[in-house]
Design a binder for this molecule. Structure first.
Ligand code: ADP
Ligand code: MG
Ligand code: MG
Ligand code: MG
Length: 393
């Protein structure tokens, strides 16, 4: 898709401050400082602070290409509007788990939002060994509410399709289709892995059963429109403390299969479960159990109270749906485990392991568990996933 970028201008620290003042979001005479703090791959994040009151403000700006993929991978600026719009939608269903958007501008590709610097990115926190006792309860509730309230069970099917139109996100979906569902599964397509993993990777490329299941999962990602997804729900998209949780960065939002958000969060907990031992490992197992329990409980409650479909009382329908979400989720989680290990975008959870032998063992385990999840997803539950992980780590 071609796009007119003529009104686009990259912000600098200075123009970000000028903009915040112009919008009246900071005092015109305040003493302000601004830093670009983006650690992501696709965007810039400006953090403006009042040096007297310490109050902050965030301006996120998309640029017309992926920062890491280079100018050769052009990316629509529309993703900024999708992100702002998704934050507003999700916040309307779960205000406690989504930052407030103060302003957005489609031409400048910016979202001005609540400063969450008092919280820590969960991936970093988990790697540091921090505990998040409420994290999975919050994310379970977040996924259940966003999945239910944006679905045909809550919206009229015709208005759901209307909402979905505002969230057609072909270019960002393509990133997922290529980097999660395609490249990692073919030897001849781009990849990035340590040579010691070649045999384990070869095993996946040669396994026609895995490749067939990945084809089915990719098809489901491309064709199903169950709910408005976050689309990038890994632990790097979550800010938290012991008591608070906020989900950021929904630029990949689109109407897709509910299992995709469930699966990404699940897989990113599994990276931690693989790398940890003893009580730390058990803590992650608890987070996995709590996530799935709270998701299912919350979704069930919403179904019973708010579902207007004449089919809502049909015996077996809700269990059918919850089982479908779970099967999909374990399959998607398997793809995420594999792509983060041999695909182009890795996770710090594995890469921070300094000792090479330990690191290769952890990565071999994520490849094996990923394969297992993809192949066995129809018959798995959380205890079986945990058991499979224990056997391989
Ligand atoms: P990307 O899409 O490029 O991954 P993110 O939205 O994930 O961008 O933001 C990148 C980083 O910027 C985050 O990891 C975090 O450190 C910082 N950041 C983003 N949003 C906020 C916010 N609302 N408050 C504080 N820091 C933020
Ligand atoms: Mg991000
Ligand atoms: Mg490849
Ligand atoms: Mg992002």
């Amino acid at each position: 898709m071609t796009q007119n970028h003529s009104n686009f201008k990259r912000l600098t620290n200075e123009t970000a401050i000028t903009l915040a003042k112009k919008l009246g979001l900071v005092n015109a005479d305040a003493s302000l400082k601004c830093n670009e703090i983006g650690d992501g791959n696709l965007n810039y994040v400006f953090h403006i602070t009042d040096t007297v009151t310490n109050k902050g403000l965030i301006i996120k700006q998309a640029v017309p290409y992926a920062k890491v993929l280079g100018e050769s991978w052009p990316l629509t600026l529309k993703r900024a509007a999708i992100e702002a719009n998704a934050l507003i939608h999700f916040r309307s269903y779960c205000p406690e788990f989504v930052p407030q958007v103060y302003y957005s501008d489609e031409q400048l590709a910016i979202t001005v939002m609540e400063d969450l610097s008092h919280l820590k990115i969960v991936r970093t926190g988990l790697i540091d060994g921090d505990s998040y006792p409420l994290l999975s309860q919050h994310i379970g509730e977040y996924v259940a509410k966003t999945a239910f309230y944006t679905s045909d069970y809550h919206l009229e099917p015709s208005s759901k399709k209307e909402v979905a139109r505002h969230f057609t996100n072909p270019e960002l979906c393509k990133i997922t289709e290529v980097f999660i569902f395609t490249d990692p599964f073919f030897e001849e397509l781009p990849g990035d892995f340590e040579v010691e993993l070649k045999d384990a990777a070869q095993k996946i490329w040669n396994d026609q059963e895995v490749i067939l299941e990945v084809a089915k999962l990719k098809q489901s990602f491309e064709t199903e429109q169950e709910a408005l997804l976050h689309g990038d729900l890994h632990t790097g998209s979550i800010f938290a403390s012991k008591t608070e949780t906020k989900v950021i960065d929904p630029e990949f939002a689109f109407y897709g299969p509910v299992g995709f958000d469930l699966g990404q969060y699940t897989a990113n907990l599994l990276f931690q479960a693989v790398t940890r031992n003893g009580a730390g490992k058990e803590e992650i197992f608890t987070l996995l159990h709590e996530f799935w329990n709270v998701f299912e409980e919350t979704y069930t409650k919403l179904w019973e109270v708010q579902n207007k479909s004449p089919f809502r009382h049909v015996k077996g329908y809700l269990p059918y749906l919850l089982t479908k979400f779970k099967k999909d989720a374990f399959g998607f989680a398997g793809c995420e485990l594999i792509r983060r290990t041999i695909g182009l975008s890795h996770v710090a959870d594995l890469n921070v392991i300094g000792d090479k032998e330990t690191r290769i063992a952890a990565k071999t385990a994520t490849l094996e568990i990923g394969t297992f999840l993809i192949k066995k997803r129809e018959e798995l539950d959380v205890p079986a996933v945990i058991e499979a992980l224990k056997q391989r780590t």
